[in-house]
Design a protein around this ligand. Structure first.
Ligand code: PEP
Ligand code: MG
Length: 541
């Protein structure tokens, strides 16, 4: 087995034979042209033909990769009207008496070089677009048919580099994956590969011509390609591939459909996330919102106490990217199993029952206000909900709300734009569940944290593996507290969700729906299987 390593661009696994994609070698007459007038005409006719080709590619990309990616070819059409490029070529044909193909090679290369030398990586990557157009012009002028380069069997395509137009021109039914030696993650080829969802690895310097026709597996998740893979490697990656296919089929079947039972009972299916890096998982799995953004990961991922600005940027990024979905951000739930050096928390005998979450926030007001201000500022960029963790009493909720209002007032005086924010609390202590009627008077929603609710109700440390035999995740006491919370919420017009692990337990989905749950917030991968199960349920029976 040979292993090649590169930079991953599109996740996924491709299994098949290698096909090496080789560009034609252009043989260009370096000497003088006999009829410069005729060369100018050849150039002009090739330019119009390539422009028409780019328009056809635009139409193809529109269907295969969406409007944003197709825009590349609209830009190409315009580039071919660019006076700088046209004049550079014409000068070579008129003044230096060269052929149209010579002029195209020299003229386009000099413009591409200009882009390559720019500081901005975005503009650097545009040089590939100019080279793409140069090759399209040369294909027309020299009569090459690049469509025949692809081969006729579905295969993993290996190339030195791929231009955007080559990527779109390829027959997708014949492309299992793409590996290139060159390319940048900013290139339009990478953008197109992403929107067409073809497993892709670039900058793989190990590529070799004698891989042609060999059995291979491309592991787009890790930027690796295996030539003649061992049976163990094949089995492991085949399992990953099959799981991907299963998910893809489910996605096709379930994407965009309502999470609704046969008898019309709707439930919101939201995702639990840890930060901006999970945005694509939310979109890919068609989550209708985010029911729990564990903001403590923003703190855990930082070497020092994150500034208001750093937090604002993280929250804004998620809100903007996922707008108009509702994004519920839980305020910092640090302590117990989640410790951070810069917080300088004392070691405690019973950390799960100790100084944690809202207890820290309410006693370190500046720390809390920094987060609330960042959240309020971010609220202008989407649809935000904020919830407080580890609530046990009415006074805690009132104190949180008072500090929240204080921040709001400060921002209002400063003229800072803020949006509407839904306020909620986590119900994850028995005390909160038992006082849910009183607490409901104060908030817009409840989110039941079944992980801690189970821990505190059953007095079982969730961190202690030795206690597994004593743990009953479906303990009737926990289910009773959930029912009480839902009923109390509904009595006060407060919607109720579950964001603990139990929300993703398919054996309880029907029970929760019958209890009246309004929302389930689960790991992104569980969303579509749950939607499928919900759509097959009939609660009238
Ligand atoms: C919970 O306790 O159920 C919960 C969702 O919060 P965490 O797991 O982060 O404590
Ligand atoms: Mg919890």
């Amino acid at each position: 087995m040979i292993t090649g390593k590169g930079t991953k661009i599109v996740n996924g696994v491709a299994i098949g034979k290698i096909h090496i994609y080789k560009l034609p070698v252009y043989e260009i007459n370096e000497g003088e042209a006999s009829d410069p007038e005729a060369e100018l005409e050849r150039f002009e006719s090739a330019r119009l033909k390539v422009q028409a080709q780019q328009h056809a590619l635009y139409e193809k990309a529109l269907v295969e990769a969406g409007e944003e990616s197709a825009g590349i070819f609209e830009a190409h059409e315009l580039m071919l009207d660019d006076d700088d490029i046209i004049d550079a070529c014409k000068e070579i044909m008129e003044d230096d008496q060269h052929t149209a193909e010579y002029a195209v090679r020299e003229g386009f290369d000099s413009v591409a070089q200009m882009f390559r030398e720019m500081d901005d990586p975005y503009f650097q990557a545009r040089s590939a677009d100019i080279i793409d157009l140069k090759n399209a012009m040369l294909d027309v002028l020299l009569g090459f048919d690049t469509d025949s380069l692809q081969g006729t069997e579905p295969s993993i395509l290996i190339a030195e580099d791929l231009a955007p137009s080559e990527t779109v021109r390829l027959d997708k039914s014949l492309i299992l994956g793409i590996v290139t030696r060159e390319g940048s993650s900013n290139s339009h080829t990478a953008i197109l590969a992403r929107s067409m969802n073809i497993p892709t690895v670039i900058q793989c310097k190990d590529i070799s011509d004698d891989w042609d026709g060999k059995d291979a597996i491309l592991d787009g998740y890790n930027g690796l390609i295996y030539i003649n893979p061992t049976p163990e490697r094949r089995a492991a990656l085949t399992a990953v591939h099959e799981e991907d296919l299963r998910k893809e089929a489910l996605l096709k079947e379930m994407k965009g459909l309502a999470s609704e039972t046969k008898d019309g009972r709707k439930v919101k299916l939201y995702a639990n996330i840890g930060g901006p890096e999970d945005i694509s998982a939310v979109k890919d799995n068609d989550a209708e919102g985010v029911g729990l953004f564990r903001s403590e990961f923003v703190y855990l991922n930082s070497a020092e106490d994150p500034s208001e600005e750093a937090q604002f940027e993280a929250y804004k990024k998620v809100l903007e990217a996922l707008s108009p979905r509702l994004i519920i951000i839980r305020t910092c739930d640090i302590g117990a199993d989640k410790t951070i050096d810069y917080m300088q928390l004392d070691k405690e005998e019973n950390p799960a029952l100790g100084y944690r979450a809202i207890r820290i926030c309410l006693t370190r007001k500046d720390f809390f206000k920094r987060q609330l201000r960042a959240l309020l500022r971010a609220s202008a960029y989407g649809n935000l909900g904020v919830m407080f963790p580890m609530i046990t009493s009415l006074s805690e909720v009132r104190n949180c709300k008072a500090i929240f209002e204080e921040c709001k007032e400060e921002l209002r005086i400063a003229g800072t734009k803020i949006g509407h924010v839904e306020l909620g609390i986590m119900i994850e202590t028995p005390a909160a569940a038992l006082c849910a009627d009183e607490l409901a008077e104060e908030v817009d929603f409840f989110s039941i944290g079944t992980n801690d609710l189970t821990q505190y109700t059953c007095a079982i440390d969730r961190q202690n593996a030795k206690l597994e035999p004593f743990s009953d995740t479906h303990h009737p006491a926990v289910l009773k507290l959930i029912q009480m919370t839902i009923d109390a919420g509904h009595r006060h017009n407060v919607w109720v969700g579950i964001c603990g692990e139990l929300g993703a337990d398919p054996t309880l989905t029907e029970t929760f729906l019958r209890m009246g749950i309004d929302e389930l917030s689960v790991n992104a991968k569980s969303i579509l299987p749950l939607r499928k199960a919900i759509r097959e349920m009939d609660l009238s029976k």
